[in-house]
Design a protein around this ligand. Structure first.
Ligand SMILES: Nc1ncnc2c1ncn2[C@@H]1O[C@H](COP(=O)(O)OP(=O)(O)O)[C@@H](O)[C@H]1O
Ligand SMILES: [Mg+2]
Length: 631
């Protein structure tokens, strides 16, 4: 490879820290030059020049330039006009040092500073390539998703330093994030020279952009979750479901009262399950026990009755609870005996009931009337039913012992009932976790309601993280890559609709994943159009960034604050980047680089996110002229 460069174009005229002023020999501003049969890109902002200092070539990037007019007052008009352009105008280039070549190897940093009168040379393409793709130094496996925007050189990405970090892809809608994300993972997942069998990839897809059969790769598994119909279901382990945090997330439990309540319930359930009884037997036992207590307690509350009625209905037990009334005067339950019924007549006589009523607490009378001992559960009970039943039974139990306020827990029950309806359609809770041989999954939430879109990804993230932590031992020999497009859906601060507590927990979970994940080989790739809405703790944990066009002042300020590796030149370009162009910066890159990501040509491989073509949609075709009028 020819890397000599002898094309001198100027000299160093001034140095201030890493800033260099270069006086150019020539004021021409051609786009391309030819020198010794080689093509050079013209000198312009964003381009690179090298400054020779002994055996070192210092590389600088051009930030600005200007022409100075030497029109001289000392000379007459005629004399001035006689001056050649070359004598009259001087071109100055202002550049920043970014690194240096020593023995044909590029290093970043400013170990060497230029000195006045050092010669300045153009860099040929080979030299620029050597500098932009230092990747070549540590391995030979290429990874190309686009070209350098200035020099058109294929950018060989340091994949070995990117995919073992958290990656942030930011940019306004339509700036090319989805295309970049797809290109990045398509290149990885189909790479001939890489063996990914110890890694898992899960894409969380809010808009159903990635479920096409050819997107990313052909051997992935799609889960198209739908809260209206029951399409695909995602399996969650039973033991994960019966977890205080998980239930807390799913049903937005409040920190102070509802979470401890759930925790107690789970512990109680665990104790019972140590014995080898069946679920139905367990539940039945518990129901009978509470049922009896309602009518024998000295501390009855009217809500107990309603709760019990709904429990019995859920499990399919019929009892004549509709005949029970609340006696507010005495704060007890009363039951109007039916004297035409021989059994009830007997009870009436036995207990000498006043005006045909029996009153609680009268254990024996109530137990006999309802035939509690003959209760039996015929219906199947799934985990969601069980949850609702247990919460209600625990609530009654808490009311009986005066430990719990009805009003604190009742909202939780309401939420369990309503959210379970959607959850049941998209998740399966199972004892056995399906041994998924498919390491690549796309989970589409396109057809899920808002509620589920907000909470299911959090549950998934937690589940994947915990599972992965369990699987990796001391030595991390597996990696997990969780990729979330449009992540502001769940990581944004600004949605006020849900309870504060829940919001915090959601962010906390991601903050934990992002802080702890790396040591377990669990990596996030997050894409978002509103980085300013994402928690700063999360933002500050990304190691590598792909920044597309962003125009919002707040987003730009945040990017400025959070990304320490971004230089002022690249920063100022962000609002004007064309579609598909992005700035790469972070730990994997020696200095910020701007690339034009390749647009995926095959429509089937592209994310389903193309701009809607109104020309196509609205243009009048033949036969579209409208309905002809009769006659
Ligand atoms: N690298 C690219 N080169 C050219 N056009 C692109 C590129 N990336 C995306 N586009 C086009 O821009 C539009 C939006 O791209 P998309 O990736 O969906 O953006 P975002 O996810 O940021 O909203 C699409 O119509 C797509 O075809
Ligand atoms: Mg997108």
């Amino acid at each position: 490879m020819k890397v000599e460069n002898n094309f001198e174009v100027g000299i160093v005229w001034g140095v201030n820290g890493t800033n260099v002023v270069i006086k150019m020999y020539d004021i021409s501003s051609d786009f391309k030059y030819f020198y010794n049969g080689e093509e050079y890109e013209g000198v312009r902002t964003g381009g690179y020049l090298s400054i020779t200092r002994g055996h070192i070539d210092i590389v600088c990037q051009i930030e600005s330039e200007e022409i100075k007019d030497n029109f001289s007052k000392l000379l007459s008009k005629e004399e001035n006009e006689k001056l050649l352009n070359k004598e009259r105008y001087e071109r100055f280039v202002y550049a920043k040092c970014i690194g240096y070549f020593e023995r044909k190897t590029f290093f970043t940093g400013v170990k060497y500073a230029p000195v006045i009168y050092n010669t300045v040379k153009m860099m040929n393409k080979n030299l620029v390539e050597l500098m932009l793709t230092p990747q070549k130094r540590d391995n030979d496996i290429p990874f190309i998703i686009g070209k350098d925007i200035k020099y058109g050189i294929n950018m060989d990405l340091p994949w070995n330093k990117i995919f073992n970090t958290h990656i942030g892809i930011f940019g306004n809608t339509g700036s090319g994030k989805s295309n970049t994300l797809t290109m990045l993972y398509k290149t990885l997942l189909n790479h001939q020279n890489l063996n990914l069998k110890n890694s898992e990839f899960v894409f969380i897809d809010f808009n159903g952009e990635y479920t096409g059969n050819k997107v990313f790769c052909e051997n992935k598994k799609n889960f198209k979750l739908n809260t209206r119909t029951e399409d695909d279901k995602f399996t969650i382990k039973e033991e994960s479901f019966w977890n205080e945090e998980v239930l807390g997330i799913l049903f937005h439990a409040t920190e102070k009262t509802q979470k401890p309540f759930l925790k107690n319930m789970i512990e109680r359930r665990k104790k019972i399950f140590k014995k080898e009884d069946s679920l139905k037997k367990n539940i039945l036992f518990y129901i009978k026990n509470i049922f009896k207590k309602i009518f024998t307690t000295n501390n009855p509350k009217r809500e107990m009755l309603e709760l019990m009625e709904s429990i019995l209905e859920k499990v399919g037990i019929e009892a004549k609870l509709e005949k029970v009334e609340w006696h507010s005067g005495n704060s007890c339950f009363k039951y109007l005996l039916d004297s035409t019924n021989p059994d009830e007549l007997k009870i009436s006589q036995k207990y000498n009931s006043s005006r045909g009523y029996i009153y609680s607490p009268n254990a024996e009378a109530f137990i006999q009337i309802f035939n509690v001992e003959t209760f039996n559960i015929e219906k199947d009970i799934d985990n969601f039913d069980e949850l609702e039943i247990r919460v209600k039974l625990d609530l009654i139990s808490g009311l009986l012992s005066n430990h719990i306020q009805y009003d604190n827990i009742n909202p939780l029950i309401t939420r369990i009932k309503s959210i379970s309806k959607s959850l049941k359609k998209i998740m399966k809770i199972s004892d056995e976790f399906p041994e998924e041989n498919n390491r690549i999954k796309v989970i589409s939430l396109r057809n899920c309601n808002q509620e589920i879109k907000k909470l299911f990804p959090i549950l998934l993230a937690r589940e994947f993280f915990e599972e992965h932590k369990r699987k990796v031992g001391e030595i991390v020999d597996k990696t997990f890559h969780l990729i979330i497009d449009e992540a502001h859906n769940i990581l944004s601060y600004q949605s006020n609709r849900e309870a504060e507590i829940w919001k915090d927990y959601r962010l906390e979970l991601f903050e934990e994943i992002i802080k702890e994940g790396r040591k377990f080989g669990f990596f996030l790739t997050v894409s978002s159009q509103r980085p300013a809405d994402i928690s700063e703790t999360i933002m500050s944990q990304f190691h590598n960034f792909f920044i597309h066009r962003l125009i919002n002042e707040k987003d730009l300020r945040l990017i400025d604050n959070v990304i320490s590796t971004l230089d002022s030149y690249s920063k100022q370009l962000i609002p004007t980047l064309p579609q598909g162009a992005c700035i790469l910066t972070g730990t994997a890159f020696d200095f910020p680089q701007i690339i034009q990501v390749e647009k995926i040509e095959d429509k089937d491989e592209r994310p389903n996110s193309d701009d809607i073509s109104l020309v196509e949609l609205w243009s009048k075709k033949k036969g579209d002229e409208g309905v002809k009028k009769d006659g």
